[in-house]
Each structure stands twice: as C-alpha cells, then as structure tokens.
Ligand binder design. Structure first.
Ligand code: UDP
Length: 516
C-alpha cells in the first residue's frame, strides 16, 4: 500500500493497534466514547477520538488528564459542516438545540451526515491507516468511508441491550407498522421478559418523520458492522446482550459500564464539560451530610422539563424534607428563572437544597457516600452511573430509550421507583401544561425511594450489590474486561487481514494489464 511496503507487514502486525473513535455529537455519546478510549489505551492501544472543535474543547481536559497518566489518547478535530446546512456557527452538539424548531434538528442531522468528507480526508492524510474505527450507531455515514479505506468498523450503539433487542424485535415483526396509534400498548415479541410498550415511548433513535433515509442508513450499517461494542455488562443484561447478538448474527462485546472504570477526582469532575459549579464546593456540601441522605436530581444533557413541571418538582423536593442537589439546566430559561427568583426558592431551601444552574459534576456527586437517591431521566449513561454507584433511582423518563431504561431499572433489576411519567410531554393535552407528576406525587415517590421501609432497604441492598458487580465486571477477571480483550484480539486479526487485502489490491493495480 502507499503507506506500508510488504516487507514491513510483519512489523505492522505486531505494532500497537490504532483505534479511531467517532462519537455522535451529543454528551450522552461522547462521554462513553471518551471512557472507551481510556479503556482501550489502558490495554496498550493508541486511540484518537475524532470530533468537532466545540466538542473537542469540552473534552480536552479529560483527555489531557489521561495523557498525563501515560495513556495514548488524543483528540483530533474535524470541521463541522453546520453552516453549509443553515446551522449557526458554533452549534455542534445536540445539547445546544434548546428552543429551536424541528427543521433545525433535521439540518443538524444533515450536517452530521456531511462529516463523512472531512473524516475521510483526515484519515487519508494519516501516515498509517488506523486499524479500526468505532462508530456511534447514529453515525452510519462512517460505513462507506470505512469500506473505501478498508478499515474494520465496529458500531457502538449508545442505549442498553434491552432497548436494542426490543426495538429490533418490534421492527422485525412489523409491529410499528401494524398499530393504530403512537399510544396503543403492545407486548414486545420474542423478548426474554414481558414488556408492554408503545411507539411513543419505544421508537428507534432515528425513527422520526424526515429522517427516513438516515434511519435506513443506520439499519444497514448495523447489519454490515464488523461487530458491536455495547456499554453494558452481563450481570444486568446478559439475556438481552445474547438476544441482540443472535438476532444480528454479529460479534458483540459488552465492555461496560465504562463509568465504573477508575478515574481520578479531577477527571471525574470534568467528564463531558466544565461544570457550572465548583466540584470542591459540592463535595464539601455532601461531606457535611449523612450517608445515603441526599437526592441528586438531573435530566441529562438534552431533556428540558416544561416550566410548570419544573415548578411542581421544585415544590415536591422542598416538601419532601430530604436534602438535594439539583442540576437545573431549565433555570437558563426565562420562565423558570423568573419563578425561582420570584419565589426566593433558592434562598428558602438553602439549608438543604443546592441548585446547579447548568452542568453538574454528576459522577462526582453520585460516587459520594452521601448520595442516596437519583431522580433521573433514565438516559443510558445516567442509568449506568446510578447502577455503578449503588444509588437507587426515581425514574422520570422523557423520550428516546429512556422509558426502556426505566423498565430495566424498576421491573428487571428492582433498583428503581417510578415517578409516574407515562408519555413524552409532547403527547400530553395542552391543558396539562406539561405536568405529569404533581408536587404531591414527587413527595410520595421520594418518600418511597429514600425511606421505603423493608422494600426500600432491600432496594438499597440490591443497588449496592449491583454496584459491586459493575466494578468487578470492568476489572481484571470480569466479564467486560474479558470482552474487551476479545474485541482487541478480533480487531487485531481482522485488521491484519484487511491490510493484506489492501496490499494485494494495490499490487494488483500496479501489475501491467495483460495484452489483448
Ligand atoms: N452529565 C453531567 N452533568 C450534567 C448532565 C449530564 O455530567 O449536568 C453527564 C452524565 O453523567 C452522563 C451524560 O452527561 O454521562 C448524559 O448522558 P445520558 O445518557 O444520561 O443522557 P442524555 O444527556 O444523553 O439524555
């Protein structure tokens, strides 16, 4: 090939493996990919996380920290083609889509698809072809790039295996097409547990009007992947992992929870973004509270509760009597900040409530012994972070795969209590003003979660047990550790085969064509 002479092949085979990781430009996707980068580098691989300038800046501190530990992790920036699609300059992450219309979301998706060209140019300019590209499930536009370059492509879907298998079964059995409406309940066919769902709460990531082509690309790229790497572990999802691997007929490695891998305090506090609060201040605040007494409240990076719903939650938290830390990114909206200020809410609850108006150092909080309950939107990362730190969850899903994670937490694993949310708020009648959980519901659910008598004690014990298993899974001897070893081995062999094919191809091209 252009970059390797055949004589160098033996050396190349034993050289360190080079992985390129290409996350979707969303916090819930970049964070676990950066975690995966660390895990791969800890096994001796060289890893490059390829993302856009805004996202690279957010993650630079964590990557620099990993490099200081001697891990061969780096960030590479490729330009984001947003402006070509009418996306404002600097809007490069899903969490920046606040108060925009649906067209802007579709434009952002189109711009994401157009990252193929700068990615390909970046890879072609490298001195040596990487061994493997790990692509987010939502980045299927990487598939033709990998085909052209002859690189192994592993897909990383960011939700649970529970969600992947359920939505796969629903698609395969044509259920989505058969039902009368988005709210009609049905049972997931061919599923290891009984799960009653509906389309409003169980659609695939790209299964939206206007994204038909993108959804087709994703399904095809799923079926042609060289394998799947899933952020989960066998003790919580063994049957779903096996079911999904069998359904797709592809190699599947469960290597998580990536958040259970050891991180120093600084890296933990800087995960994903610079926090809008001093992590040290939060830690001292938590230090002053009894073990398992504090509720942590967060809805992840994207979901925004309607203002009326925020107010019900605020009143409920206040009335529950438990101490809480609330990552209230909704406070950036005028309706919510005016209410908070008008009520003097922050001042009123200050003895036991801490408001973070923006990005909170979530894992710093959840890993503190004072954390006793997590009011969560059930994003898959949040779900794994709750499980890994033994914190029982008060489940408050909004959309996407969040309702499936609620089922897993509450019905399958027994470490959660439902808030009572039933549908994404867009399905509520206008007069509800987005409210599904009243302040009285909040008090009731928080009481069950934090002080639930025998059931509560058992729930907490199960959560602690799962946390131990999560840590064990990613350590030497654990199932996720073993799966990562297997994945690296597989990539090493397949990459060598692809290098040989590339070399043979380029030699064949150089042979004079036979005379006719
Ligand atoms: N996160 C954080 N601070 C915040 C909000 C979110 O550190 O204030 C992190 C959280 O720990 C998780 C990720 O951002 O790792 C969000 O991913 P998740 O799958 O939970 O939800 P999403 O944002 O994708 O809905």
């Amino acid at each position: 090939s252009a970059e390797e002479k055949p004589g160098e092949m033996a050396a190349a085979a034993t050289a360190e493996l080079h992985f390129l990781l290409v996350p979707l430009v969303a916090q819930g996707h970049i964070i676990p990919m950066v975690d995966l980068a660390r895990l791969l580098a800890a096994r001796g691989a060289r890893v490059t996380v390829v993302t856009t300038p805004v996202n690279a800046a957010r993650n630079r501190a964590v990557v620099e920290g990993a490099r200081r530990e001697g891990l061969a992790v780096e960030l590479a920036e490729i330009a984001f083609p947003g402006p070509e699609f009418g996306v404002p300059e600097g809007l490069e992450n899903m969490d920046q889509l606040v108060d925009v219309d649906r067209d802007m979301y579709l434009s952002l998706q189109r711009a994401i698809w157009a990252m193929a060209a700068p990615l390909e140019a970046y890879v072609r300019a490298l001195p040596r072809r990487p061994d493997c590209l790990v692509a987010d499930y939502c980045n299927p536009w990487t598939a033709p790039v990998c085909d052209r370059l002859g690189i192994v492509r592993i897909v990383m879907p960011c939700p649970s295996a529970y969600f992947l298998l359920a939505t796969h079964s629903l698609t395969k059995h044509g259920v989505y097409g058969r039902v009368a409406g988005e709210l009609e309940p049905y049972e997931v066919p061919d599923f290891p547990v009984r799960a009653v769902v509906n389309t409003a709460t169980f659609r695939r990531f790209l299964q939206w009007p206007g994204l038909e082509e993108e959804e087709r690309d994703a399904t095809e790229a799923e079926h042609t992947a060289d394998g799947f790497v899933i952020n989960t572990f066998r003790d919580i999802e063994g049957v779903f992992i096996d079911g999904y691997a069998a359904a797709l007929g592809r190699r599947t490695w469960a290597v998580g929870p990536t958040c259970a891998a050891r991180l120093d305090a600084d890296a933990r506090a800087r995960r994903g973004n610079r926090a809008d609060v001093d992590a040290g201040r939060i830690v001292s605040w938590l230090d002053a509270r009894p073990p398992a007494s504090v509720l942590y409240v967060s809805f992840g990076s994207i979901a925004h509760l309607p203002a009326k719903q925020v107010i019900e939650l605020a009143r409920g938290l206040e009335a529950s009597g438990w101490p809480f830390v609330w990552a209230i990114k909704e406070a950036k909206s005028a309706a919510v900040s005016e209410w908070l200020d008008g009520e003097g809410y922050e001042e009123r609850v200050k003895e036991r409530g801490l408001l973070v108006r923006g990005w909170a150092p979530q894992v710093t909080i959840l890993s503190h012994p004072a954390a006793g309950g997590f009011v969560t939107h059930c994003g898959w990362n949040a779900t794994l972070e709750a499980i890994s730190h033994g914190v029982p969850a008060l489940t408050w899903p909004n959309f996407s795969d969040q309702f499936s994670s609620e089922q897993l937490l509450v019905d399958v694993l027994g470490v959660g209590v439902r808030s009572g949310v039933r549908v994404p708020s867009s399905f509520l009648p206008a007069e509800a003003e987005g409210v599904q959980v009243t302040s009285a519901d909040v008090v009731k659910a928080v009481t069950v979660l934090m002080d639930g008598g025998e059931d509560g004690t058992a729930r907490r014990a199960r959560a602690k047990e799962l946390a131990g298993k999560a840590r064990a899974a990613v350590e030497e001897g654990g199932s996720s550790h073993a799966d990562l070893t297997d994945m690296i081995q597989y990539v090493s062999e397949l990459s060598m085969k692809k290098r040989r094919e590339r070399d043979a191809g380029s030699t064949a091209q150089k042979l004079p064509s036979p005379a006719v």
